[in-house]
Design a protein around this ligand. Structure first.
Ligand SMILES: Cc1ncc(COP(=O)(O)O)c(C=O)c1O
Ligand SMILES: N[C@@H](CCOP(=O)(O)O)C(=O)O
Length: 465
C-alpha cells in the first residue's frame, strides 16, 4: 500500500514512512492510494471477532506488508489491553434505534486513546527497527494531548511536545497533560486558541530545515495512522447491529473531521453506512459549509464542549481530495484560498458529492445542556457535552428503519462542571485516576510564536542535530 499527499507535490510513501512523516512535505495530508475493499461475505465473516482480532483483520491491508504480521498482532493486542472494558468500544442503547458507541474506556477517557495507544506502539517499533529517534509535536484542544502523553510518555525513542490553548481546556484535561512524570514529555500552554496551536504544528512541519533538524513527527489526525485505527470501531459497531445485511448511520461530534473521516473510509472499504452526520457545537463552520458550499472561518467561541472549539478542520482537506476526484490541484487552490482569505467556495459537483454522503447539524451550548438533562432523566445515562452535541443533532436525522450510532467520544468526568450544571449529578473520575486532581503540575507558558516555540523544542529534543 502506498500513500499519496492530498496536494500532490510530496513523495509517495509506504506505510512506515507515512506514519513517521505526519504532515506531507507539501503541506498536504497522506491518504492511501486506493481503499482496501471487503466484500459483504468478508464483512459477515468478521461477526463475533474480539475487538483486537477485528482490528487486525480491518487494518492489515493498510500496512502493505511493511510490519511483520506477528509483530503487528502483538502491538494491536498490547494497545487494546490498556482499555478497561472487555469489548474495548461497547455499544449501549439509549433510545429507540439510537445507540451510543462508548469510545472512552481507554487510559485518558476519550476516543483518542483508541488510535493513540496503537500509534505510539507502531512508531516505537518503526523507530527501533531503524535505530532512529523522533521529535513529536501535537496540538490539542484538550483530548489528543492527554492521550498522546499517556501513550508516548516514557518511551525512549521519542520526545513529545504538546501545545494546548492556555486556560481553554477543562481542569481534568489539563492535568492529564501536565502531571506526567515522564522525562520525554513537555506540555506547553500556548497563549492563543486551538487553531493557533494547530497552526504552529503545521508551520513547524512546513519549516523543512527545522523539520529535518529535529526529525519531526506528528500525532494529530494529520497522521494517517490516527484515522486508520479509528476505522475499526465503525466496523465493530455496525457488525453488532447487523452489517453487512443492514445499513447503519452514524452521528459524530466533529472538530478536526478526523473521526468522521474514518467513517467515510469505512464506507469506502465496503461497510454499508447510510448517512454520516456531522455534529458541531456553536463553532459550526462545517455545518455552514455543507449548507452554503462556502468554507469561511470566523472567530472561535468558547463552549462547554471545548474539544470541538475549532475553525480550521484539518481532515476536511482529505474529504475535498476525495470529492474532487482526487484532484490535488483543486485541493491546493482551496487551501491557498483558506490561507490567504480564510475562505474558499466548493465547486457545485463536489458539494453534491459531499452532500450525497454527509448531513450536518449544530448544537448550541443551550442545546447541549438540555440534551444532557433530558437524556439523564429519560434513561439515567450521563452524556459528556461532546457526545450530547451529537445526540442532539442525531435526533434530527433519526429513522425508524436504520439504526443511528452516536459516537460517545469522552467520559462525562472529563467535563464535570458542564455535566453537573446540566444534570445535577457530579460525574466522578474512575478510582484509578483518583490522584489526578492533586498531583503536581508541570508546564511552560509560551506565546503563539513559531520562532520561540521552535527554539523551545530544539533545546530539549534529543533528536535535534
Ligand atoms: C471529546 C471529543 N469529541 C469530539 C472531537 C472531535 O473529533 P475530530 O477532531 O476527530 O472531529 C474531539 C476532538 O478531536 C474530542 O476530543
Ligand atoms: N479535539 C482535538 C483536537 C485535535 O484533534 P486531532 O484529532 O487532529 O488530534 C483534541 O481534543 O485535542
Amino acid at each position: 500500500m502506498q500513500y499519496v499527499s492530498t496536494r500532490g507535490e510530496a513523495p509517495v510513501l509506504g506505510f512506515s514512512d507515512a506514519v513517521l512523516a505526519g504532515l506531507a512535505r507539501d503541506g498536504g495530508l497522506y491518504v492511501p492510494r486506493e481503499w482496501p475493499q471487503f466484500s459483504a461475505s468478508e464483512i459477515r465473516a468478521m461477526r463475533g471477532l474480539a475487538y483486537p482480532d477485528l482490528a487486525i483483520r480491518v487494518l492489515s491491508p493498510f500496512l502493505g506488508g511493511e510490519i511483520a504480521q506477528p509483530v503487528f498482532e502483538r502491538l494491536v493486542r498490547q494497545a487494546y489491553s490498556t482499555f478497561r472494558h472487555d469489548a474495548v468500544c461497547p455499544l449501549v442503547q439509549t433510545a429507540k434505534n439510537t445507540f451510543i458507541l462508548e469510545l472512552f474506556h481507554g487510559p485518558t477517557l476519550a476516543f483518542k486513546d483508541v488510535a493513540m495507544q496503537l500509534l505510539a506502539r507502531l512508531m516505537d517499533h518503526v523507530l527501533a527497527e531503524r535505530g532512529q529517534h523522533a521529535t513529536i509535536v501535537g496540538a490539542t484542544s484538550g483530548d489528543t494531548g492527554g492521550a498522546a502523553i499517556d501513550a508516548f510518555g516514557g518511551r525512549n525513542r521519542t520526545d513529545i511536545f504538546i501545545f494546548f490553548p492556555h486556560g481553554k481546556v477543562s481542569p481534568v484535561q489539563q492535568r492529564q497533560m501536565t502531571t506526567s512524570r515522564a522525562t520525554n514529555v513537555h506540555a506547553l500552554a500556548i497563549e492563543g486558541n486551538f487553531d493557533d496551536c494547530q497552526g504552529l504544528v503545521k508551520d513547524m512541519f512546513n519549516d523543512h530545515g527545522f523539520r529535518d533538524r529535529v526529525s519531526l513527527s506528528g500525532v494529530n489526525s494529520i497522521n494517517w495512522a490516527r484515522i486508520m485505527a479509528q476505522i475499526v470501531y465503525y466496523f465493530s459497531s455496525a457488525l453488532s447491529l447487523g452489517a453487512p445485511d443492514r445499513p447503519i448511520s452514524f452521528t459524530v461530534p466533529t472538530g478536526n473531521f478526523g473521526d468522521i473521516f474514518a467513517g467515510y473510509a469505512a464506507k469506502k472499504m465496503g461497510l454499508p453506512i447510510e448517512r454520516l452526520v456531522i455534529a458541531t457545537n456553536d463553532n459550526d463552520i462545517l455545518a455552514r459549509t455543507l449548507s452554503t458550499g462556502e468554507y469561511r472561518t470566523k472567530g472561535v467561541f468558547a463552549t462547554t464542549s471545548p474539544s470541538m472549539d475549532i475553525q480550521v478542520s484539518s481532515n476536511f482537506e482529505r474529504l475535498l481530495f476525495e470529492a474532487s476526484g482526487r484532484n490535488a490541484e483543486t485541493v491546493r487552490r482551496y487551501m491557498n484560498g483558506l490561507k490567504q482569505s480564510g475562505a474558499f467556495t466548493i465547486e457545485a459537483d463536489e458539494l453534491a458529492r459531499i452532500r450525497a454522503e454527509f448531513d450536518a447539524g449544530r448544537a448550541t451550548v443551550g442545546n447541549v445542556t438540555s440534551t444532557i438533562r433530558a437524556t439523564f432523566e429519560a434513561s439515567n445515562y450521563l452524556l459528556d457535552p461532546h457526545t450530547a452535541a451529537a445526540v442532539r443533532v442525531a435526533a434530527a436525522h433519526a429513522s425508524d428503519t436504520v439504526p443511528m450510532v452516536v459516537l460517545g467520544t469522552a467520559h462525562p468526568a472529563k467535563f464535570p462542571a458542564a455535566v453537573e450544571a446540566a444534570s445535577g449529578v457530579f460525574p466522578a473520575l474512575p478510582a484509578w485516576l483518583g490522584g489526578l486532581m492533586t498531583a503536581e503540575e508541570k508546564y511552560s507558558v509560551l506565546p503563539s510564536d513559531l520562532k520561540m516555540v521552535e527554539d523551545y523544542v530544539s533545546r530539549r529534543a534529543r533528536a535535534a542535530r
